[in-house]
Design a protein around this ligand. Sequence first.
Ligand SMILES: [Zn+2]
Length: 245
Amino acid sequence: MIFETANFSECILCGSDKNLTREHKVKASQIRNTFKQDEMLVASLASAQRPKIAQGPQSKNLKFNHSICENCNSNKTQPADQEFDRFHEKCSAALETNTNPSEVFKFPPYNDNYNYLNVFRFFAKLLCCQIADNGGPRVRDLSSFSIGCSDNNIISLYISKNPIIERYEKITGHRIYASHGGLMVSTNLETGRIQKLISQLAIESIEYSFWIELFPAAQIELEHKFRAFCDKAREAVRVAGDRQG
Ligand SMILES: [Zn+2]
């Protein structure tokens, strides 16, 4: 796996320094579909921050700090973005009938490898942005997969019912909900090295957890090249462990 420094002056996906724009943490179209009103609360599941009021889909609170170039944003990642919309609809419909949303993959259009990989390319892009925004590297295998330059899918995906949606509905009276989980890591108990980089996206009733797993050689490479990021991640794991007691 190749880890490179994630520069603010370069596209996090392809490395171009031309026409950079900031990507939404939760897709703008999903935000518009989900939130009909102008005002919404935005909070990271992983942070203890107080929720901020976002003014609408263009609010800076909803965007990553790192950028994507115009070409990646409007051309290379569009098929994956559109596929995610269709996929989310199918997962939501499956959950309505008490079917495991992952069953969606067994049927068209996901018997077609192009459509199947596009779902994962969407999550690869989000994970690239989450890793960079949390001080991590640009993960070349992940970024080239996200823009279709490679078919080597290293993303794992787990789809489940959004665990807080029912409590949320009781409090607010509706299911209008979208959040992202920031970046989470899991570390090897013996070596302390990072072995998984994980994020989450919850929209209405569905929670998507997606991650990459680092093999030992990649764990060592990350530790060697990005020690400060690894130390920060370990500290976050230790604090979370203390909290759970
Ligand atoms: Zn780009």
